[in-house]
Design a protein. Structure first.
Length: 363
């Protein structure tokens, strides 16, 4: 799978741009603020129906306008378009037909985006790591996606129920039980799915990490949950008082975390910046292969400012890895043009784009 052409209107610092890409290597260079990340984010938007960088769709609209539109033509002859207007709902189209639900688009265009912001997967809270794996698992299993949506809706309803109560004596135990019975089933399914899939993912990740480093560092990912298969509705009843006063559900897979470790210790505490960066690259390349194997499509790979904080030795190792493995369309952004000579060895078909203040010029 690759993207042949993209049209962008009023998206971030792009007013009106149209560009055709190589199906192998696309090298984007320009100074900071030129629009390299924004172009990659537009491509990401067509895959996931949301920005990888901005939390709100409205933040993606060029400041002089009230809407944006992105359209992409792909190697499977499909055309996808996403549009958003202030004070309106987001619209996503496949070949001119609008999706009734954005979730129906998930998995249609497999893509892996490695950005400098990914370091937050290591440094920030468990919710970031859950979102990463939930998005991955949702692409390879529609059942997982549907049950995760159901679970999040029930948790929200249960928490809202407690927030609307003034006194603990107002609790309708039958009402709470109706939530809890459904949550037990959904906890069980999601927990088992995560536990099984993370073992498969971890094997792939460990193998990739070894190939990206010449050191004997041992990297691993460990799934941690306060839910287990033996839990029953009595567990929720036991925490009823706690949940009422905190106004949130204390037990369940929404508290899960994934521990990222280097040599059996948390990498967020003991890993150097270079080690953390290589960990993230290995994590994202493992994501690439899991998507490829499950969806039977080769994802688009986008590497934004990938060489930052890597020494020359690590850069050469990464380029050699990209050269020796079965990737398809790759986007690489950089502020240093001279690195293009190294990148040329990865693929034969290379397109080079110079970006400046939202203007794209092919060299």
């Amino acid at each position: 799978m690759h993207i042949d052409k993209i049209k962008i209107n009023n998206f971030k610092n792009y007013i009106s741009s149209e560009v055709s890409f190589s199906n192998e290597i696309n090298f984007l260079f320009g100074n900071n603020g030129a629009g390299k990340t924004n172009l990659l984010d537009a491509i990401y938007y067509l895959s996931y129906g949301k920005s990888a960088i901005s939390s709100y769709d409205s933040d993606c609209i060029n400041h002089n306008n009230n809407y944006f539109m992105i359209e992409g033509i792909y190697s499977n002859s499909n055309t996808y378009k996403c549009s958003f207007e202030s004070s309106a709902v987001k619209k996503l189209y496949e070949n001119g037909d609008i999706y009734k639900k954005i979730k129906d688009h998930i998995g249609k265009i497999p893509l892996v985006f490695i950005t400098p912001y990914d370091i937050n997967l290591i440094r920030n809270y468990g919710i970031n790591r859950r979102r990463f794996f939930d998005l991955l698992f949702s692409q390879i299993s529609r059942e997982y996606l549907d049950k995760l949506i159901d679970y999040n809706r029930l948790i929200k309803q249960r928490n809202t129920y407690f927030k609307n109560l003034i006194s603990i004596n107002e609790i309708d135990k039958n009402q709470v039980k109706s939530y809890d019975e459904k949550l037990i089933y959904l906890n069980h399914f999601i927990h088992n799915f995560r536990r099984k899939e993370i073992l498969i993912f971890n094997e792939r990740f460990i193998e990739i990490s070894k190939n990206l480093s010449d050191k004997k560092d041992k990297t691993s990912i460990h799934y941690h949950s306060n839910y287990n298969e033996k839990m029953s509705i009595e567990v929720f009843e036991k925490n009823l008082k706690k949940d009422f006063y905190s106004k949130k559900t204390s037990v369940g897979i929404h508290n899960d975390d994934y521990y990222f470790k280097l040599n059996s210790r948390l990498i967020k505490r003991y890993g150097s910046q270079g080690q953390q960066k290589l960990f993230i690259i290995g994590l994202k390349i493992a994501e690439f292969y899991v998507l490829k194997e499950n969806l039977r499509e080769t994802p688009i790979l986008m590497l934004d400012d990938i060489f930052h904080k890597l020494d020359d030795h690590k850069i050469n190792m990464l380029i050699n890895y990209l050269d020796n493995n079965d990737f398809s369309q790759i986007f690489i952004s950089d502020s240093i043009y001279d690195r293009i000579e190294r990148i040329k060895k990865i693929k034969n078909k290379l397109k080079v784009f110079r970006l400046k203040k939202g203007i794209i010029n092919e060299k």
